[in-house]
Design a protein around this ligand. Structure first.
Ligand code: GCU
Length: 679
């Protein structure tokens, strides 16, 4: 019985007897060359992985020249006669090659890289091949990450609560650190490295300055030590007012000499303890957080202040662009673009701007953020949310890589057709030296880490896309299912289909046709389109759907908030013209009458009801599919997912009924006959 703790590093014995025999014969021993702590991590993983998958004691052996060996070695330490098979010029330190090499009638599988970390990544990929039952006969793999900074953002507080966390409490036990190293820390590093994640921001963006005190830095240092062999750097959130709160200064003004000195001293202190510290992630002047604007300064002043302090040590400042204020009543979606665009090219070289995938806030579907592609002289990195704040928490099965893929594949048209968001993120659109992707973590101390067993797939998928933003969600689902559950096609194919379709299902039963932010207030779970009593207008759902007796939707064209003018002209035109605006985004950009005719000939009112119904039906299909999967999944996880799917169905119906009944008080129209009438 599995509790899911091992995640996708599931090294149970290969079931297929022929394959098992092939693997055992091809890997009779392992030649592992090198030294140091990453090397030790590789050895440990191979022992565990091969030991489990092949169900044998793993033999480490000198290069024997007779074949049937797995060779894991940096290129410069490869046996001379194998070297000729590799051209390593195209590889970065993190890249690796895996190749089947025939030499004098002998066959080797070789994993090689220019650096230890690439070798670790290659080792994980090799183990993945076995887990996925791939043949070892003709391997010829070259992998290089396309993005530099591949980082998880933990919104974890120092009291171990997690903002928007739905899988228990924080895995960072600040109380027992630094003396006690929980096995979870090591396993966390292993699973992240297995997908190439190379950084972790330990603390909430709504930051507590205490994390920067010596007492806490000792604890951070202990975690950094655990993560180091796995190539994972530690980052912290820096509260802008820290110089006041823990430094005893009277101001945090970024132009004040004492403040400048304070951050310099703090950087020095941190790097003395943690020489490979990644840097600071900063949320400033957003949702009540302190920032440079408190002192009449700009985001630029704030970011460059910290950048100067970190620069001598190679540290980065990741400055978030998630800003909006109650003082701009027209459209919250516009503010980040308006504030940051004029600063393009003015940030120091070690600053990245971290932009959420959409301009509102991690909705089930959002058009891509207009800042992508619009700041050619600034490293703009992606922020995805892996935790499901607006997608049913850890209760609903929604496969997020499908959403991530949609965003990455969106065309910004900033340099003509084909200017994909993915090209902004991997730097190829504007030849960027520094690139990054962040994912707001869904990890907690639940036994299976993510609460919903399928939440693991979102973490996995984020890592895979950060490594290669062009991967398809279908491939990701395929891999994850095989690694986590089974290679049986009778399981993989239907469940993959279910995962792929789950994203559209949630859009339909929560926010169809471009509706957004109609969640109940504060917690963002369940429907609340009627909420209109919050202190800030842009927190109220009514601000977003703008329902009235005439119709529904947010006009963001030139006749409305004009947010569309923040996109490239081609994109603006496409979304503005009702003929070309995809219906998935209809009410995001347009306020339309109830009797507006949709492409299928139905009225907007009917179409809305039918979409809600479609979402509900899809969850019913998911339940049916999952029922038939019982033979392939352990009892425990099968039962967990079944129970959660039943809740999901109940809540999909709740969404449909609540939203349609509320909107009906304005439309005064009958429900379409195909829609199940609310009970
Ligand atoms: C959302 C979320 C907050 C979070 C914020 C952010 O608004 O609800 O909890 O702090 O995003 O990303 O900063």
């Amino acid at each position: 019985m599995s509790n899911g703790y091992e995640l996708w590093l599931n090294y149970t014995k290969v079931m297929d007897q022929n394959l098992l025999a092939e693997y055992r014969s091809k890997i009779q021993s392992v030649y592992l060359e090198g030294s140091g702590e990453t090397h030790a991590a590789i050895k440990k993983e191979l022992k565990m992985g091969l030991g489990g998958l092949l169900d044998t004691e793993v033999v480490f052996h000198k290069y024997n020249g007779t074949g049937n060996q797995l060779i894991v070695s940096k290129y410069n330490e490869l046996p001379q006669e194998l070297k000729g098979n590799f051209n390593m010029d195209d590889l970065s330190g993190e890249g690796y090659k895996i190749k089947t090499v025939q030499l004098k009638n002998a066959s080797y599988v070789v994993v090689t890289s220019n650096a230890d970390i690439g070798l670790l990544y290659g080792t994980f990929n090799f183990l993945r091949l076995l887990q996925m039952n791939s043949s070892l006969s003709n391997l010829d793999i070259t992998e290089i990450p396309k993005v530099d900074i591949r980082v998880l953002n933990h919104w974890d507080n120092l009291d171990r609560t997690i903002e928007r966390g739905y899988a228990g409490f924080s895995i960072w036990n600040w109380h027992t650190l630094p003396g006690y190293i929980d096995q979870r820390y090591i396993d966390y590093a292993r699973v992240n490295a297995s997908v190439g994640i190379n950084g972790t921001v330990l603390t909430n963006v709504n930051a507590n300055a205490l994390i920067l005190t010596p007492q806490y830095l000792e604890k951070v240092k202990a975690l950094a030590k655990v993560f180091r062999p796995y190539g994972i750097k530690v980052y912290l959130t820096a509260r802008f007012s820290a110089p006041i709160e823990i430094g005893g200064l009277e101001t945090a003004d970024p132009l004040d000499a004492n403040v400048i000195q304070w951050w310099k001293d703090k950087a020095k202190e941190i790097y003395t303890m943690i020489p490979d510290f990644g840097g600071f992630l900063v949320k400033a002047n957003s949702e009540g957080q302190p920032g440079p604007q408190n002192y009449g300064r700009s985001h630029l002043d704030g970011a460059n202040l910290m950048a100067d302090a970190l620069e001598p040590y190679g540290g980065l400042v990741i400055w978030r662009a998630f800003v909006y204020s109650e003082h701009d009543p027209t459209d919250r979606a516009k503010q980040a673009y308006s504030e940051f665009l004029p600063e393009d090219g003015k940030f120091k070289n070690n600053v990245l701007l971290q932009v959420k995938n959409g301009a509102i806030d991690f909705q089930p579907r959002e058009p891509f953020h207009p800042l992508f592609g619009a700041m050619p002289n600034t490293p703009v990195m992606m922020e995805f949310q892996i935790t499901k704040e607006y997608l049913g928490f850890a209760t609903h099965l929604v496969f997020l890589p499908k959403l991530f893929e949609e965003v990455l594949q969106s065309d910004t048209y900033r340099k003509g057709k084909g200017s994909l968001v993915a090209k902004v993120i991997d730097g190829s659109l504007n030849n960027k030296k520094l690139t990054g992707m962040a994912g707001v973590s869904n990890v907690g101390n639940d036994i299976n880490w993510t609460g919903h067993p399928f939440g693991q797939a979102d973490w996995y998928g984020f890592g895979r896309l950060a490594w290669n933003p062009y991967m398809t969600s279908e491939n990701i689902a395929d891999e994850w299912l095989r690694l986590t559950f089974s290679n049986d096609e009778k399981f993989v194919q239907p469940v993959k289909q279910m995962m792929i379709e789950s994203r559209e299902a949630v859009v339909n039963y929560m926010n169809p046709l471009g509706l957004h932010h109609i969640f109940d207030t504060g917690h963002h779970y369940g429907p609340g389109p009627w909420v209109n009593n919050l202190s800030r207008p842009e927190w109220n759902p009514v601000y977003y759907h703008k329902v009235d007796s005439e119709g529904i939707g947010f006009d963001r064209t030139r006749t409305g908030s004009d947010a569309l003018s923040q996109y490239a002209p081609e994109v603006e035109k496409m979304f503005t013209d009702l003929e070309t605006c995809p219906e998935e985004y209809l009410l995001w950009f347009h306020h339309l009458p109830w009797d507006y005719t949709l492409k299928n000939g139905r009225t907007l009112w009917d179409g809305l009801g039918l979409k809600y119904q479609e979402g509900v039906e899809k969850v019913r299909d998911m339940i049916k599919t999952w029922k038939t999967m019982e033979p392939y999944v352990d009892k425990n996880r099968h039962h967990q997912v079944s129970m959660l799917l039943n809740i999901q169905l109940k809540e999909a119906i709740w969404w449909k009924d609540a939203c349609m009944l509320y909107f009906q008080t304005f439309s005064k129209m009958d429900f379409p006959k195909e829609m199940e009438t609310p009970k």
